[in-house]
Design a protein around this ligand. Structure first.
Ligand SMILES: [Zn+2]
Length: 333
């Protein structure tokens, strides 16, 4: 059973290839294939797709492209539908899926929901004889996390995808149809597999996404980690800021050459002290024989590791090999 994947010009071909790969990752009678032709923009009216009109265009397209009537056909688009739905089918193995806006709800990208919706549409088409019957069976009032939930917003589709579930009533409907076990197996494996991948991606995002550092009233605040503060003394603030400002970092010898900037920064964090007082502190720290700069940097790093943990702090500490430049991997954009 072939399933053709097509796109409008606003849906990227590379993304469609990723969706194809994801869909084909589950064994069974359904095989998915990107169609080379692009659906032309005549189905877009005043910036919207009118679903019924699009279905007519798809029927025509299938004829032109000599697509077998037993094949499925799914059009992906980033253009909204005039009725605000996210997916539509005509009961004749044709679907259209609106892929836009996922970025608001998930960092995992659109390929998981785009793939899930197609598998879910295909299952519905086997269980309910036509689009109207299917629509009547949708869970209109509550989101149960079931594939038959009518989703009013994309968050609810993500809920379905996260649960990957089918409620008891819908399971009954599925049992009654005595579907080919391999086909049902493929679809259920896909629900489960896509669910796991989405959750894994989301977790990975949470763990590795870096927070911006902002200096707010003289404090170093990680604004995307719930406003965690890196608590540094004024001189450490000056040193850390010096490294944040530098693209390539400094060797210890080069830090000594940055006295002027270091003093400006120090003054900005310690405005009540005189330049002489500040200079004498800096001279002690930067004294090439004492090398107290090592100690200050290791105190800075200790505070970062304490607040952020080993894994995340790698991006924020002042690091570098012996004798090499030291730098902060995090870069403010
Ligand atoms: Zn259900």
């Amino acid at each position: 059973m072939k399933v053709w994947l097509a796109r409008t010009s606003d849906y990227d071909s590379k993304t469609l290839e990723k969706v194809e790969e994801l869909l084909n990752a589950y064994d069974g009678p359904l095989s998915f294939k990107c169609h080379a032709a692009i659906m032309d923009d005549s189905i877009i009216t005043k910036g919207y797709i009118i679903p019924d009109k699009a279905m007519n265009a798809i029927t025509k397209f299938r004829k032109e492209q000599k697509i077998d009537s037993s094949d499925f056909f799914c059009l992906y688009t980033n253009t909204r539908f005039s009725n605000n739905f996210f997916t539509h089918g005509d009961g004749h193995r044709n679907f259209i899926i609106h892929s836009g806006d996922w970025g608001i709800y998930t960092n995992a990208g659109n390929i998981f929901p785009d793939s899930y919706l197609l598998y879910s549409n295909i299952l519905k088409s086997f269980i309910y004889k036509d689009y109207e019957t299917m629509y009547e069976h949708l869970h209109q009032d509550d989101s149960l996390g079931c594939y038959m939930d009518l989703c009013a917003d994309k968050r609810e589709i993500l809920l379905k995808l996260r649960t990957g579930d089918i409620c008891d009533k819908c399971l009954d409907d599925i049992q009654k149809e005595h579907l080919d076990g391999r086909l049902l197996g493929q679809i259920l494996d896909a629900f489960e597999g896509l669910r796991k991948q989405l959750l894994f991606r989301n977790r990975l995002e949470i763990e590795t996404r870096l927070s911006r550092i902002e200096i707010i009233k003289g404090k170093f605040i990680l604004i995307d980690y719930g406003n965690i503060e890196l608590n540094f003394s004024p001189v450490r603030k000056a040193i850390y800021k010096l490294f944040l400002e530098s693209e390539n970092g400094y060797t210890f010898a080069e830090i000594l050459g940055q006295e002027k900037r270091l003093l400006e920064l120090y003054k900005s964090f310690q405005p009540n002290k005189t330049v002489e007082e500040l200079s004498s502190t800096l001279n002690l720290i930067c004294d090439p024989h004492a090398m107290r700069i090592h100690e200050e940097i290791s105190k800075i790093n200790a505070e970062i590791v304490k607040k952020l943990g080993e894994r995340v702090s790698v991006n924020y500490i002042i690091s570098g090999e012996r004798g090499e430049k030291r730098k902060v991997n995090y870069k403010a954009n």
